[in-house]
Design a protein around this ligand. Structure first.
Ligand code: ADP
Length: 166
């Protein structure tokens, strides 16, 4: 598995699957979720409505509609509560479940935003360390996907990922 970080808007990527940092209703929120729904169009909201929500730490998949990628994997990260509320394990399970879904759907690549580090307030550095460590651990357990990309929205996030990946 090849891991890289790029600085970009995740809703503009021509890839297999992008991950959406949703809330548990799957009916729209801020940040990546808002950008995904605006770019994908109203069919995405319909598809999400039919899923009936998603618990924290789990993942659901839909088509991407007007987004240039093929699939959107919706996941619900933990809200940061100061670190004593199992947030780290929930965040790790988000990455784990998404990678499992990607393998099951025979996806060759997957692009992640920095889940929970926006509206949900998870500190960027420990969140990035969990993202990378969980993907590395999954690499040993499952075959694929071939490529994992961490899509950073801002320069600070990009610096954090780059320093942890080198
Ligand atoms: P959460 O609610 O899980 O915290 P957010 O969507 O608020 O999710 O933010 C998660 C991360 O995604 C933040 O680091 C934010 O800066 C970043 N982000 C927001 N919009 C985009 C986008 N269009 N593409 C990539 N990353 C984004």
């Amino acid at each position: 598995m090849y891991m890289q970080a790029i600085q970009d808007d995740i809703t503009t990527l021509h890839v297999d699957a992008v991950v959406n940092a949703a809330n548990s209703s799957l009916l729209g929120g801020g940040g990546v979720d808002d950008a995904s729904h605006r770019a994908a169009g109203p069919d995405l909201l319909e598809a999400c409505r039919s899923l009936g929500g998603c618990p924290t730490g789990e993942a659901r998949i839909t088509r991407a509609y007007h987004l240039p990628c093929q699939w959107i994997i919706h996941t619900v990260g933990p809200v940061w509560q100061g670190g004593k509320d199992n947030e780290a394990e929930l965040l790790a399970s988000c990455y784990r479940n998404r990678l499992k879904l990607a393998v099951r759907q025979h996806m060759t690549s997957i692009d992640f935003p920095a889940i929970s580090t926006g509206v949900y307030g998870y500190p960027a550095e420990p969140a990035a360390a969990i993202a990378i460590a969980t993907c590395r651990a999954c690499q040993q357990q499952y075959a694929g996907p071939d490529r994992v990309c961490f899509v950073c929205f801002d320069a600070r996030s990009m610096m954090i990922y780059q320093s942890l990946l080198t």
